[in-house]
Structure formats: structure tokens, C-alpha cells
Design a protein around this ligand. Sequence first.
Ligand SMILES: [Zn+2]
Length: 135
Amino acid sequence: MHEWALAEGVISTALRVAIEEGLEEITEIVVMVGELQQVDRDAFLFALEQLRTQAMRRARFTIEPIPARLRCRVCGEEWFFKREALDVDEAEAVHFLPEMAHVFIKCPICGSPDFEISEGRGVWLASVRGVRMVG
Ligand SMILES: [Zn+2]
């Protein structure tokens, strides 16, 4: 259940940003989640809802996926990983174990399975919107 740890991190960072920005109330929190990050979106949203504080009682949580971007180590080609291109079993394997991506995905130009993930990992707070204190 690392979704709870991630949610705690997001909530505490959002609160710190709110203080720095002089926000009286937080209205929206946007979190970016890498497609290859092993995060259960529903569990993550649930955790955020449970952990919301008074200052964000009416805030909307938005989780934006970051598409996985891959870079071939052989020819340098960069492309976006498309989950639809895999069958269901493969997609599940890749979801639960990003390292498995190397077994199923090959460079579209040279066919090499030797690539690195240049984007699509990690979880971070993208934006915090709110109502500024008057005065
Ligand atoms: Zn290549």
C-alpha cells in the first residue's frame, strides 16, 4: 500500500506550497503519475481523499498520467510506449514489473530491445491552486 505513503507526501507538499503561496484554501491539486510507476490510481485517490485536511476540504484531486517515453540505446530513437500495442497479459506484466518492458518492447526503428525509460516514472505534485488570503 505505498499509495498511502505517496498520498501523504503529496498532501504535505501541497500544504507547504499553500503556505509559501499564501493560499487560504486549496481548490485543486494536480498530481502527475508516470505510466510505468506502479500506482493503483483508485487506491491513490482514495488515500488522498482520506488524508485531505481542513484547508483542502473542497479541493479537487486530479491525477494526470505521464506517458512512458522510451529511448533506444542503439540508434537513439525515442518513442512513446503504447499500452494498446501489447496484449492484456503483457500489459499487466509491464504494469506490475516495469523491468519486464524489456521483454516485450522493441525499438520501432532498429528492433533492439536495449532501451532506457526517459519519461514515465515517478510521482510528483504538478500544481496547487487555491484562494489567496486577502491583505
Ligand atoms: Zn533503435
